[in-house]
Design a protein around this ligand. Structure first.
Ligand code: XMP
Length: 509
């Protein structure tokens, strides 16, 4: 396996993906990882990622320098190269000017990392600082017009560095360079596949929990569903899933989850209907953050109570993915602004004094989907559109009441029915309805109406970090609007949300 040290570059996911595309397993860890932990992982090679910091700036991320004495090959990319140079006695020079974009790479030594790469090849640069003086033992292996040390190596110690990004597609021979590092330098074997991952992770789960009982909060979404099936495969009846109906689920959602997990997959499932409890706490609340906090807290209460009914539970499993981990423990301590407090059972472990099992924590969303498929889950689960923890409560602007929930549920069900019927469901990242706290005048038959306005939101996205509003065909929008206004009592006007993220967010609250 390859260990990737995460210095915070936006391209880290790509490094991991590229390595896994070569069928080599890799794991991303924050710079705080200890030498002992690294030794336990026993990697064939270490990749130091890029990152936004300047090596000499205060608080710049650093990993234990002991990694350079482990006799393990190291590849430093961008900031990773600068970190390596600085750690081994060379010098990095600061610059206020960034070099960003395409550059022509002139390869001086077509060996090692550049074996089989042309003398001239296009690379992708994104850096401010550059290398002033290389440490003893290093030689320059490639340059560009602006950067003398675009690549360097100390082949005797198996240390390699690239100032540019081999992981992005704009670096023409990037794939080849990474393959050279993996196979020629680190002597990795092509043994990683989803199938081998399942075997490996099942083994790890068994080792961690032994005969212990595990509880898992099931939301019906991709991550917790895949985690549940994986754990079930590893420990069978020692897994109990808890599904809380918080009263703000979509139409038919609870029934779907029960049908699938209990009947179809035959997983131990406890179902609690706690809608009343949630709704009474939400009474009179209109502030979005308060809604989120109330739902988060109530969920913990209900879940905790349910868990106590199961005898001798020692572990709490969660479908945390690698990006969730990074978001919550921000590798470099700099807390980013809270735009929305997400409710992902974050407060549970502390309160419940259980050990965490997080079998998906090294994966990215698309890999979880592949894993779900490998485990035999239906497309409907694997490709399910995301649904937020606070559910319909944050899609009802203003107060959440049983009556307004009913209106939104019906409208949302029609919208989804049409989206599916027109084969758009899997093309969209999300599609949903939002009930506004506004009324407008309309006419129905010969009568004046004064009813709610409903908004429709449909977006495309790769990762929810950014999203574009989807240009749905007009005839489909017309049909959705007609059906909602005709079939849902309480709505007499439908509008379409044409805002992208940023500056808007996907959910309205
Ligand atoms: P925003 O609205 O911030 O949403 O653009 C980004 C993505 O996150 C989902 N979302 C949530 N998911 N708990 C979740 O599990 C939450 O509290 C939550 N809030 C938003 C949202 O649906 C979108 O996919």
């Amino acid at each position: 396996m390859i260990l990737i040290i995460d210095f915070g570059s936006q391209y880290n996911q790509l490094i991991a993906r590229r390595v896994r595309e070569h069928h080599v397993y890799c794991q991303i860890e924050p710079p705080s990882i200890s030498i002992d932990a690294i030794k336990k992982l026993n990697p064939e090679g270490i990749i130091l990622s890029g990152g936004p910091a300047s090596i000499y700036s205060k608080g710049s991320p650093r990993v234990d320098r002991g990694i350079f004495s482990l006799d393990i090959p190291v590849l430093g990319i961008c900031y990773g190269l600068q970190y390596m140079v600085d750690s081994l006695g060379g010098k990095v020079i600061g610059s206020k000017k960034r070099e960003y974009g395409f550059a022509e790479l002139l390869v001086q030594k077509q060996k090692g990392i550049f074996s089989g790469v042309g003398k001239k090849t296009q690379c992708w640069m994104s850096h401010g600082d550059s290398i002033g003086k290389l440490p003893a033992g290093f030689v320059v292996t490639a340059s560009t017009e602006n950067t003398t040390v675009a690549a360097a190596e100390d082949a005797r110690r198996n240390f390699y560095g690239l100032q540019f990004h081999p992981e992005v597609v704009h670096t023409q021979a990037g794939k080849k360079m990474l393959a050279n590092f993996l196979f020629d330098v680190c002597h990795c074997k092509k043994s990683w596949s989803m199938k081998s991952f399942v075997a490996r992770i099942v083994e790890e789960i068994r080792k961690q929990v032994g005969e212990g009982k595990v509880i898992l909060g099931l939301s019906g979404g991709v991550d917790s569903s895949v985690a549940a099936v994986l754990l079930h495969r590893a420990i069978g009846k020692n897994l109990t899933c808890v599904f809380v109906d918080n009263g703000v689920l979509r139409q038919g959602e609870a029934a779907r989850v029960i049908e699938m997990f209990k009947k179809h997959l035959q997983i131990n499932l406890r179902f609690t209907r706690a809608g009343k409890q949630f709704l009474s706490k939400l009474k009179g609340v209109t502030d979005p953050e308060r809604k989120r906090k109330i739902i988060g807290r109530t969920f913990i209460e209900v879940f905790d109570k349910e868990a106590r009914k199961i005898w001798n539970v020692k572990f709490l499993a969660q479908g945390t993915l690698y990006p969730d981990l990074i978001e919550s423990r921000s590798a470099f301590g700099g807390p980013s602004a809270v735009i929305k407090s997400h409710h992902n059972v974050g407060g549970l472990p502390k309160k419940m004094n259980l050990q965490l099992v997080e079998p998906l924590k090294h994966l990215f969303k698309d890999e979880v989907r592949l894993l779900g498929k490998e485990l035999g889950l239906a497309d409907d689960v694997v490709w399910r559109q995301p649904f937020p923890g606070p559910g319909l409560a944050i899609r009802i602007i203003g107060e959440v009441t049983a009556k307004r929930l009913d209106v939104l549920r019906k409208a949302d069900a029609i919208l989804l029915e049409e989206i599916r019927a027109n084969k758009l469901y899997y093309k969209l990242w999300q599609s949903f309805a939002v009930l506004l706290p506004l009324k407008s005048v309309g006419i129905m038959g010969d009568q004046r109406t004064y009813e709610n306005i409903l908004a429709i939101r449909a977006v495309t996205s790769d990762d929810a970090m950014t999203a574009d509003w989807a240009p749905l065909p007009h005839d489909i929008l017309a049909r959705i609007s007609n059906r909602i206004i005709n079939e849902v009592r309480g709505v007499n006007r439908v509008v379409y949300d044409i805002s992208s993220k940023p500056p808007s967010t996907i959910e309205w609250e």
